[in-house]
Design a protein around this ligand. Structure first.
Ligand code: GLA
Length: 511
């Protein structure tokens, strides 16, 4: 009897231990497990690299959003756009953030609506310290909860939080507090930590945000630096183990299309960022891009490497003279990415072998050149590639002569707007459509339950486009503004892995 009681006690103690241990677990789980955000590296445009602070204003952001669409970048997957440190807001006497209406006449909420209406997502910027770097804007220190509420009210989808003016602050603590503030504000937002590697965010930030800068700034505004690009590449390469779906190393924004790089360097830079599964946040002036820059930024086959659902960061597996062979990046269809990067000043030849990608040396394989867009093979043994100085060969190696592209989602809008009169209750429908520009056909998106009573959503499919019909019934609704954030989930069909959750806003005005 005594023994039985002891056994019960031991089992009970064990259960308590397991319960306590599991209670601890959520804090170390990737944040994206819950919000489903950024399961592939975020893509978009920020003004800092080209413009710095001064010329940033509403018109510039709107012009860039339009240019991004015109240049085919939206179709290639670039989505997040908005001001960086561009004197967007100040703090009023009550501690509340208010938009700078001189520079942003529609207010930061109005600019967000414009961007959402284009089928793009809204990115904003702030700082974890007392002020932003230029001291022109207030930082979040001591105002974390109010400020993250303001960002949610402005309908931001992405927030970059800088690390200037943080004397005495600890990055892990400060950023965790901002994460808590974002969760309290209730709007799922991609959280981009920008401590330039301070506090070693790759060790803890997956539970806090979705990407973290691993290095200092890649350039001074307006001038690309090849030396800095190489420095950032080397530092970021070492951290490959920390990257994965929903939590990315960020070696800084793109410098493609800025003055200071040759065409070969532009191609190499973009290839390196893709092989490192880095966020692809363009930083050039999209209104005056050359054809060559546009071709690089919208190379869907290179982007497919970056946006691969497995989310593996490639690394240097060997060196042959001045040539680095980057591999270790298995892709969703079982193929492998390989990058041969010539860091030297003379043209070089190297042999890329099946062994570089973990295949037996006698394996028969096809090699697709992702810049020439040509497949060669079948080969047995290695293939010899010739690479110009500072240039690359970006290859995809597969046993099959088939190179599918992962999903690329292109929405017509991220905001459905409806209005009705309270005097005449009505049923209204407004659709949001989303096209998959990747190779496969997606299953129907599953809308998360828990929508407000006045809204129901039905999803239908036609070819590679799905339509979310938002049906609104205004019966019984008092005059006022009603809002819902719809979330839908899906899986990439080849790998079966979760895709980034699809979110959009529904606004209903009852007059
Ligand atoms: C830091 C960041 C940059 C940019 C500037 C703005 O230097 O690393 O990317 O946001 O601040 O001042």
């Amino acid at each position: 009897m005594k023994l039985a009681r002891m056994a019960i006690l031991v089992v009970f103690a064990l259960l308590v231990f397991v319960w306590l241990a599991s209670g601890q677990a959520p804090s170390s789980r990737p944040r994206s497990d819950e919000d489903g955000l950024a399961l592939t590296p975020p893509m978009g445009w920020y003004p800092w690299n080209q413009f710095g602070q001064e010329p940033q204003n509403e018109q510039l952001i709107k012009d860039m959003a339009d240019a991004l669409i015109r240049g085919g970048m939206k179709d290639a997957g670039y989505t997040y756009i908005g001001p960086d440190e561009g004197i967007c807001f100040s703090r009023d006497a009550n501690g509340k953030l208010t938009s700078n209406l001189e520079r942003y006449p529609s207010g930061l909420g109005g600019l967000g609506d414009y961007i959402h209406g284009l089928g793009l997502k809204y990115a904003l910027y702030t700082d974890a310290g007392t002020h932003t770097c230029s001291k022109a804007m207030p930082g979040t220190k001591g105002h974390e909860f109010e400020d993250m509420q303001a960002f949610a009210d402005w309908r931001a989808d992405y927030v970059k939080v800088d690390w200037c003016n943080t004397t005495g602050q600890n990055p892990a603590e400060a950023y965790a507090r901002l994460r808590d503030a974002q969760l309290a504000a209730g709007r799922p937002i991609v959280f981009s930590l920008c401590s330039w590697g301070e506090g070693q965010p790759w060790e803890w930030a997956a539970a806090v945000g979705h990407l973290w800068r691993t290095t200092g700034d890649i350039c001074e505004p307006g001038k690309a630096s090849w030396g800095n690009a190489m420095k950032n590449t080397e530092a970021n390469e070492k951290l490959y183990r920390a990257a994965g779906p929903g939590h990315w190393n960020d070696p800084d924004m793109l410098i493609n299309g800025m003055s200071g790089l040759s065409e070969a360097q532009n191609r190499s830079f973009f290839s390196l960022w893709c092989v490192m599964a880095s966020p692809l946040i363009a930083g050039n002036d999209l209104r005056s891009m050359t054809e060559a820059t546009m071709r690089i930024l919208t190379n869907r086959e290179a982007i497919g490497i970056d946006q691969d659902p497995l989310g593996i960061q490639g690394r240097v597996v060997r060196r042959d003279g001045q040539v680095e062979i980057w591999a270790g990046k298995r892709l969703f269809d079982g193929s492998q990415a390989v990058l041969a990067f010539n860091r030297g000043a003379a043209s070089a030849q190297v042999q890329v072998t099946p062994g570089d990608v973990g295949m037996e040396e006698s394996a028969q394989f096809y090699a697709r050149d992702l810049w020439a867009h040509r497949t060669a093979g079948p080969h047995v043994g290695g293939i010899r590639v010739t690479i110009a100085p500072s240039d690359v060969a970006l290859l995809r190696i597969s046993k099959a002569d088939d190179f599918p592209l992962p999903p690329v989602l292109v929405a017509d809008s991220y905001r459905a707007v409806l209005s009705a009169s309270a005097k005449a209750p009505r049923e209204l429908t407004k659709a949001i459509t989303v096209r998959n520009n990747g190779s496969g056909v997606l299953a129907l998106w599953k809308v998360r339950p828990g929508l407000p009573k006045w809204l129901s959503v039905t999803v239908s499919q036609r070819g590679n486009t799905q339509s979310f019909a938002n049906k609104v019934s205004t019966a019984g609704l008092a005059p006022g503004h009603y809002h819902a954030l719809v979330r839908a989930d899906n899986r990439e069909p080849l790998s079966g892995l979760a895709m980034s959750a699809f979110y959009y806003d529904v606004d209903l005005d009852v007059e």
